[in-house]
Design a protein around this ligand. Structure first.
Ligand SMILES: [Fe+2]
Length: 411
């Protein structure tokens, strides 16, 4: 595997594994079986499916392949809960995941317990290769924890009675700091994952890129600034938009961020509430982000500009740190937290990228077409899952994730 893992005592890995598995169950605790079963649209998955698919990942790539005495919980689940791994055979169609009223949520919880017990039993016997796959499985499950929340938000947003998933704290005390621009480094810099800490294969190899003179904004674009864009006719001015983006906005009737309900309120995981004008705007597509940037006399950063700025401006958030130094979201400031930040960079392989052999080689590489890179982290990203080299990616029209905007300029 090309993933880079700092091998640690099995006990620590076991603790992180169980903590990650438990957090997913905790996320599902407020849900009814019906809440967990519905699928709001084909790109979003039911909560129950996330619970089962992350379990299938461990069952298949760790237990089946590295624990000879393992007995599958139910042979039929491989068809139901394989996401997109061609090497693992045929699978249930993604747009129909919401049709699975069976197995029940409780049966899926039993499936999780079965796999967790087997993992715990086998852990002391695992080879280094199996241990690397557990690390991959932990990080995979953390990605699904974020998707779990964005997909529940999308499901509840479909419901006219506007249910709340959880009591959310009132918005953090965002203060509108004046937006200032800060020079990034110019010249040849290195980007990509460094050794010594887990990274997905697509984050490497580390390599050199050339950065022209540029400046990055001190903070993300706020809801208040987005309101100015709307008032100024930003959604009605084709001159601001990429051709594909303009066609998309016209066809979909897009004229505001996804969950804004009217001029004053938005739908959130805590139900409907007043828009906090000082908070970073979220749930905007790459197309909208790009149009906003043009309106603001700026542009979106490249992923290399963003990564070098994050890694060099604050060594606390670079790649060199251990788990204890991992990123804590800082509302309103810093490069990580609140919302992912769209870049102008297409999601493409780095020089020297080689797809892993076997099924896990399908994890990232095969999606390097038609998607844009996002950097940072969001309010829904599990702690410790963020780093400067992280490459999130979505198609340019996607906006059900926690996605926002940081501006850049040529210097
Ligand atoms: Fe997955």
């Amino acid at each position: 595997m090309a993933t880079r893992v700092h091998l640690e005592p099995a006990e620590t890995l076991a603790q992180r594994l169980l903590a990650t598995r438990k957090l997913t169950l905790d996320l599902a605790a407020p849900l009814s079986d019906a809440d967990a079963t519905i699928q709001p649209f084909p790109d979003a998955s039911p909560a129950k499916w996330h619970l089962a698919h992350t379990t299938w990942f461990f069952e298949t790539f760790v237990l089946r392949d590295h624990s000879p005495e393992y007995e599958p919980f139910d042979e039929r689940y491989a068809f139901l809960f394989n996401s997109y791994y061609e090497a693992e055979g045929p699978r249930h169609e993604r747009p129909h995941r919401g049709m699975l009223s069976r197995p029940s949520l409780d049966e899926v919880r039993d499936y999780r317990a079965h796999v967790d017990e087997a993992l715990e039993r086998a852990l002391p016997t695992f080879s280094a290769a199996a241990t690397e796959l557990i690390e991959l499985g932990i990080n995979h499950e953390q990605q699904h924890q974020e998707l779990f929340l964005t997909d529940i938000l999308a499901s509840f947003a479909e419901n006219p009675i506007e249910p709340a998933y959880a009591e959310l704290r009132p918005p953090a005390c965002f203060a509108v700091e004046p937006l200032t621009y800060h020079p990034g480094r110019e010249g040849i810099v290195e980007v990509g994952a460094t050794n010594g800490r887990f990274a997905f294969d697509c984050e490497g190899p580390r390599h050199r890129v050339f950065l022209n003179a540029h400046r990055l904004a001190s903070r993300r674009v706020t809801n208040g600034e987005w309101r100015e864009f709307i008032k100024d006719g930003g959604y009605r001015a084709p001159i601001l938009w990429l051709s594909d983006g303009w066609a998309w906005a016209q066809q979909q009737g897009v004229d505001r961020p996804l969950y804004w309900r009217d001029d004053e309120t938005e739908f959130t995981l805590g139900g409907r509430r007043d828009i906090d004008w000082a908070a970073p705007v979220g749930h905007v597509s790459h197309y909208e982000a790009d149009a906003f940037a043009r309106w603001a006399g700026a542009r979106l950063p490249t992923e290399a500009e963003w990564e070098d700025f994050a890694a060099s401006a604050d060594p606390m958030i670079g790649n060199q740190l251990d788990e204890a130094g991992a990123v804590a979201p800082r509302p309103g400031g810093g490069m990580f937290g609140d919302v992912w930040e769209w870049t102008q960079s297409a999601y493409l392989p780095y020089p020297g990228f080689v797809t892993d052999k076997g099924a896990v080689g399908e994890y990232n590489g095969k999606f390097m077409s038609g998607q844009m890179v996002l950097k940072g982290a969001s309010c829904a990203t599990p702690r410790g899952h963020s780093r400067a080299s992280y490459r999130n990616f979505f198609p340019p029209a996607a906006r059900w994730q926690f996605t926002g905007v940081r501006l850049a300029q040529d210097a």
